[in-house]
Design a binder for this molecule. Structure first.
Ligand code: URA
Length: 257
């Protein structure tokens, strides 16, 4: 889970744990609703020892949120970067209160999607999980829904699927070297729509695979990462916290390949 600070100011602890803004938590403390080891805190600038002190808010033990995990349905036209530029970034889609630093650190993007790619994007403060999900070493499956420019015959579909399973050789692109992709899985929905599961996440991997096969991706949407699928009820541009069950689905590592 990463290193967590041992001592934290009370107002930061409460605000970071979802008890409202700094002024909201000040009001909670002023109204005597926050106790530290059974005694009303009195002020917000006291330091709390996370491993020793017992905090209650309105009679309930404090739920400390060290990390946060969001599922977003990324729309096209947003870049996966914290810095703006010519385009809006996925961080612009977040409420101000959700952008802030947590006890576990800054919010990061798990596996970037291109400007024109849509779909499942995870944002989290959990750097260790981020690394585990994106490092090619861990072979985490990511599935994309793909629309192609040119319809493919049934015989061609079989050839594409076999080539993908064997590992497609992709030429260099921009500053990225060429590579032989690790074997993936291709399932066809129609002559020009399919679902591709890959296990690495190389630069523009999906677009480069289909380009190498002589076609072109015209629409790309990530629909799952590991065992977690994009919530179909989540509108493009919306996001929400993962449920515990979804977090388990995302982090489960003994998947059958
Ligand atoms: N592969 C691509 O080509 N683009 C993406 O956004 C994700 C995977």
């Amino acid at each position: 889970m990463g290193k967590i600070e041992e001592k934290v100011r009370l107002d930061r602890l409460l605000a970071n744990s979802g008890y409202g803004s700094r002024s909201d938590v000040k009001a909670l403390v002023r109204d005597g609703l926050v106790t530290v080891n059974g005694v009303p805190a009195g002020r917000t600038d006291i330091h709390i020892n996370l491993s020793r002190d017992r905090i209650e808010v309105d009679g309930q033990p404090l739920k400390i949120a060290v990390h946060v995990y969001y599922m977003m349905n990324k729309p096209a036209g947003y870049v996966c970067s914290s810095k703006g530029g010519a385009h809006s970034t996925v961080f612009d889609l977040l409420e101000d209160a959700d952008k802030g630093k947590r006890l576990g650190g800054e919010l990061g993007i798990v596996g970037r999607l291109d400007l024109d790619t849509e779909g499942l994007l995870i944002l989290t403060t959990d750097g260790e999980l981020n690394h585990r999900l994106t490092s090619p070493k861990h072979r985490i499956p990511k599935t994309y829904f793909v629309k192609l420019e040119n319809a493919v015959s049934e015989a061609g579909q079989k050839q594409y699927a076999e080539a993908v399973a064997a590992g497609v050789e992709i030429p260099p692109e921009d500053h990225e070297p060429g590579a032989v992709c690790r074997g993936g899985k291709l399932e066809w929905d129609s002559g020009n729509t399919c679902r591709l599961t890959i296990y690495e996440g190389l630069y523009h991997e999906v677009k480069r695979i289909f380009a190498a096969l002589g076609n072109r991706v015209t629409f790309l949407k990530r629909i799952s990462i590991n065992h977690l699928s994009l919530d179909p009820a989540l509108a493009p541009g919306s996001y929400r916290e993962l449920t515990e069950q979804e977090l388990s689905a995302l982090t489960l590592t003994n998947h059958i390949l």
